[in-house]
Write a protein that binds this ligand. Sequence first.
Ligand SMILES: Nc1ncnc2c1ncn2[C@@H]1O[C@H](COP(=O)(O)OP(=O)(O)OP(=O)(O)O)[C@@H](O)[C@H]1O
Length: 368
Amino acid sequence: MTTDPCAVRAHDLGKTYSVRGVKGGVRALDGLDVTVDRGIVFGLLGPNGAGKSTAVKILTTLTRPDRGAAEIEGVDVLRRPDRVRRLIGVVAQRSGSDPRATTRENLVLQARMHGMSGPAARARTTELLDRFDLSEVADRLVRTLSGGTQRRLDVALGLVHRPAVLFLDEPTTGLDPEARTAMWAEIRRLAGRDGLTVVLTTHYLEEADRLAHRLAIVDRGRVVAGGTPDELKGELRGDAVHLDLPAGTVPAEVRAVLEALPAVREVRVAGGGVSARSDNGPAAVPTVLAALERAGMPAAAVTVARPSLDDVFLRYTGRRYTPGDLPGTPGSPGTPPAATSPVPASGAAAGEGPADQSTPSASREAAR
Ligand SMILES: Nc1ncnc2c1ncn2[C@@H]1O[C@H](COP(=O)(O)OP(=O)(O)OP(=O)(O)O)[C@@H](O)[C@H]1O
């Protein structure tokens, strides 16, 4: 695509899954473009079904697009998947470690699967146990470890072969707040001290805001906005004013009242309430509330906030992040039948699994 390779480049990726009973299939990607510079944490942020996992599956050689092109460190993902696999580490949504093996056995086996000799595998294991603060649990079975410690091991497994780019798919889903904060610090260190490029997919607005140097907001298979979190939020002038409405109030009627007020602009119906922007949110609130009282539609609650990524999402998609967009929420729009599976349900070329797939317990002996 260009002569100056960056860490990751995807151009015009398109992919439609064939799904029985769905005419024309399910379009997962619709012209996705992404460029990731080296040595940063890059966030792919979007709700369930936005297409993040499909993009990552293509970039990590797990599946092929219908159209478009992709490169990792200048290497063509479609033509040279074997070379790409040596350049990348993948930490999938589901842990790739063997719960019935010890921490050390998992790491040694992973290193052996990457072709390291016994002594080299053991040396790399010692290095990673130390680097990820896993030495104390080196000889414990993985299934006895806490969720946060297991996740640290997953990251260590993804780094055994010293990749240039690490893909982390929803790395903190299911972790408690303390473990999540620790994982954030770890990810920052990877890109900072270790100079790795980290591509992170996340549903969490706060995670993307706090962790990613740059972001691509993905919706319906394409990038709708990109930049640093501050750039994206900076595009939104002023404060967000959000009104919760009592049952029975028609949001469209509230919107009409607000649209007549010079104190607010960009009025939208979203998330069961009505949102608007204002150059001075606190000053606009009394005017807004009084106008609604006069119209016989008092608000149930009002919130004024500095711009957040939630507002950025709203601006570019016309929707708020709702519970239906959060991980694990049943019935969220477009939730894929097998979206969390690290193994593609369709479209993957045979034998193209990534080099760091789960550790088969049958071959555990090799780790010893
Ligand atoms: N194997 C598959 N077969 C059929 N449809 C699929 C498959 N995988 C994903 N899809 C569909 O493709 C669209 C994009 O899904 P994808 O998993 O890439 O999104 P996502 O943003 O990663 O969401 P999530 O965070 O829930 O994994 C969704 O509509 C989903 O239903």
